[in-house]
Ligand binder design. Structure first.
Ligand SMILES: Cc1cc2nc3c(=O)[nH]c(=O)nc-3n(C[C@H](O)[C@H](O)[C@H](O)COP(=O)(O)O)c2cc1C
Length: 177
């Protein structure tokens, strides 16, 4: 089995998830290529049995080049197994997950794929109190901190909301679907 893992990541979180997905697939004896969609490499989707495409979310959006990959390869993707995942802040909190699943995964699958994805993965992100993500982030940071306090989490500390066991299980399940 040959798999492609292609991702878009602005701050490195989805990149690390993609690297983990690659490692797990390799442990399961899958031949894997890992590609950052920003590298704009020529990809022969026909070469792969499984394509895993994922992105971090910024202001409600996947990265442009990951969506471009889905757009450009729409026909080829309709003939093979495709799984989508996102890493987003909304997945850090139980009450925001259903909306995030719909907006960032179900709607993207409906818009860009002709067939149902094999699986969709909604994964959390990393909160770093010292991260400087620009003006837009400064505006929402106060709210994020308030939400964290509500969850009983200390916003002065770094939190990794990625559930690596769930990411591992999600990946292993792809092979058996
Ligand atoms: C400027 C900015 C905007 C963001 N917008 C959203 C958003 O609209 N929805 C959401 O769920 N998470 C949002 N997040 C959280 C990111 O999705 C989360 O940190 C994710 O792990 C980033 O993935 P990446 O590091 O691969 O880019 C935002 C984060 C930043 C810094």
């Amino acid at each position: 089995m040959k798999a492609l893992v292609i991702y878009g990541s602005r701050y490195g979180t989805a990149k690390e998830i993609s690297e983990r997905i690659k490692d797990i697939l390799q442990e399961e004896n899958v031949d894997v290529d890992l590609i950052n969609s920003d590298d704009k490499k020529k990809v022969q989707v026909e070469d792969y049995d499984l394509v895993v495409a994922g992105s971090g979310i910024k202001m409600g959006k996947w990265t442009k080049n990951t969506l471009n990959f889905l757009k450009k390869n729409r026909n080829e993707l309709s003939n093979r197994k495709v799984a989508l995942f996102v890493s987003c802040g909304a997945a850090n909190e139980e009450k925001n997950k259903a909306e995030a699943q719909e907006k960032y995964l179900d709607n993207v699958a409906a818009k860009y794929l002709d067939t149902e994805p094999l699986a969709t993965g909604l994964f959390g992100g990393v909160y770093d109190p010292n991260a400087d993500h620009g003006l837009m982030y400064k505006l929402v940071k106060r709210n994020i901190e308030k939400e964290m306090v509500k969850m009983g989490h200390d916003p002065t500390k770094k939190h990794d909301y990625r559930d690596w066991d769930a990411i591992t299980q999600w990946t292993v399940d792809l092979i058996n679907k």
